[in-house]
Design a protein around this ligand. Structure first.
Ligand code: COA
Length: 311
């Protein structure tokens, strides 16, 4: 039995914050941010909206898209680094209540911006052993509440949003082919949230440009494929230059990489499912396409999943 994706949903708050908004408060400019990161604008959640609200909205869309009922969900996993509560309860428990799911197991997966790929691989284990049939996997973040708005090195990079998928068994010629997960705890100090988000931008940049192509190579090789056979790469959206450098290193044209950070910036664990939904909505992703998702982030962590799209 192979685990695959049965439905996808996403949600972003309505409030748009453009780069120009930072020009009033920080020593920066729209031109600098756009040229150095590729970001034009991001969404910012209001005070009455927290991570679990974003997650619940995206989940409801994913459930509808999958054509199942909320009562069919057997487990809830939320990848997040910006939970509603510091510590507990998990966002997954809050989502369970908000979407009125059954009293199924619910837990958060903490692997920062690689969290969504980690959570997908956790779900895959339960599905392929026949333990659970439908797992709701969410990437959701309200990063804005953890930003130091006086720090131009970090404040400009992030946004709020959520994406969700329903995972379940799919036909033999579809679904997840391989995965590659890893972590390097020696880099823990390079990017962390303790009250506020702090980052050594240059070190994280170097790590991303090194690790992203490496993980893609691993996952493609494990799937028994060549890079030329991958129709679409969905990379974590941190910086367009990181994606372009990774594409260069792999010898793949950058048009095969999904790029949504111009509109949403870095929504941490949410960037991959957000981009996935945009690719479905635009009609670019079709049944039978080979997709590689790749995330990297604090930990330091990384994760890739190769799959054939469709049920
Ligand atoms: N506006 C204007 N100048 C800025 C700035 C801003 N918003 N942010 C930083 N700068 C300055 C720096 O202070 C530095 O000045 P200095 O040379 O006087 O010290 C200069 O720009 C160049 O800094 P540098 O770090 O070399 O810039 P960069 O081109 O590498 O871009 C980042 C900085 C943060 C955009 C880049 O390092 C990055 O994207 N890193 C990875 C971030 C990331 O992906 N994080 C999440 C991973 S999940």
């Amino acid at each position: 039995m192979r685990a695959g994706i049965l439905g996808v949903g996403h949600y972003v708050p309505e409030q748009v914050m453009t780069n120009h908004a930072f020009e009033e408060t920080l020593e920066t400019s729209n031109e600098w941010i756009l040229a150095r990161t590729g970001i034009r604008e991001r969404r910012i959640a209001g005070e009455d909206t927290d991570t679990s609200d974003l997650a619940a909205h995206a989940s409801i869309e994913a459930i509808e898209h999958a054509g199942i009922g909320v009562e069919d969900i057997d487990m809830i996993l939320v990848a997040t680094g910006t939970a509603d509560y510091d510590g507990f309860p998990s966002v997954a428990c809050l989502v369970q209540e908000k979407i009125k799911a059954r009293q199924v197991p619910a837990l958060d997966v903490s692997a920062a911006c690689a969290g969504f790929t980690y959570a997908m691989v956790v779900a895959k284990q339960f599905i392929e052993t026949g333990t659970y049939r439908h797992v709701l996997v969410i990437g959701a973040e309200k990063v804005s509440k953890k930003l130091d708005w006086t720090d131009r090195n970090t404040a400009i990079l992030f946004g709020d949003g959520a994406g969700a998928i329903i995972m379940g068994p799919v036909s033999e010629d579809k679904g997840i082919l391989s995965f590659d997960l890893g972590a390097d705890g020696t880099g823990a100090e390079q990017l962390f949230i303790k009250d506020y988000l702090r980052m050594n931008g240059r070190e994280v940049y170097k790590f991303a440009v090194r690790q992203m192509p490496k993980s893609i190579h691993q996952v493609v090789e494990k799937a028994g494929l060549n890079l030329s056979e991958i129709d679409l790469f969905i990379p974590h959206q941190a910086n367009s230059r990181i994606i372009e450098e990774a594409a260069n290193k792999l010898g793949v044209t950058k048009d095969r990489f999904s790029m949504t950070l111009d509109r949403y910036a870095n929504t941490c664990a949410a960037t991959i499912p957000l981009s996935l939904k945009e690719e479905i909505n635009s009609g670019r992703l079709k049944s039978g396409d080979v997709v590689v998702m790749v995330g990297f982030g604090a930990g330091l962590t990384w994760g890739s999943v190769a799959m054939i799209w469709g049920k």
